[in-house]
Design a protein around this ligand. Structure first.
Ligand SMILES: Cc1cc2nc3c(=O)[nH]c(=O)nc-3n(C[C@H](O)[C@H](O)[C@H](O)COP(=O)(O)O)c2cc1C
Length: 135
């Protein structure tokens, strides 16, 4: 069983920045969701952001297609203005009986002229502490 895995979806690399930061802390590779999980995993760090008030359909498809055992999913992501995609991801994971950690990491992501430079270094610092807490 893999102890940790990181998967993410991104359109403009904000979620990738978070995923790569988690990867550094865990010393594993962060992969996008073109990479299926190939073995059971203890903690899946799962990154997704908000587009048109929802996750991208590819994120939905990815969760539905998970066919290994995931003991716990930890969500992370960004959004321009919305809270986060946590609730939506959690309902999708529920359908697959994948337990989702109550704790999530969310920060703002640059969107049109809002949140310039986000996520930024202070977001990544917070993320590093978050990861150490949930791992
Ligand atoms: C096509 C598109 C639609 C978006 N729709 C929303 C939205 O409905 N609500 C919101 O809060 N942010 C919205 N955003 C902003 C993104 O959530 C934000 O830029 C996020 O950081 C993108 O992450 P990514 O670079 O990992 O894809 C949208 C961004 C794009 C590109």
């Amino acid at each position: 069983m893999m102890k940790y895995a990181i998967r993410y979806y991104t359109k403009s690399n904000h979620t990738k920045q978070l995923a790569d930061c988690i990867a550094e802390v865990l010393d594993i590779e962060a992969l996008d969701i073109t990479h299926p999980l190939v073995e059971d995993v203890e903690v899946l760090f799962f990154g997704s952001s908000v587009y048109g008030n929802s996750v991208d359909p590819e994120v939905r498809d990815y969760i539905f297609a998970i066919d290994v055992n995931v003991s716990r999913m930890v969500c992370f992501g960004t959004a321009g203005v919305m809270e986060s995609s946590y609730d939506e991801v959690r309902s999708l994971a529920d359908l697959k009986d994948i337990p989702v950690d109550e704790r999530e990491f969310h920060c703002k992501g640059e969107f049109v002229s809002m949140n310039r430079g986000k996520p930024d270094e202070s977001d990544l610092d917070e993320l590093r502490s978050f990861v150490r807490n949930v791992m």
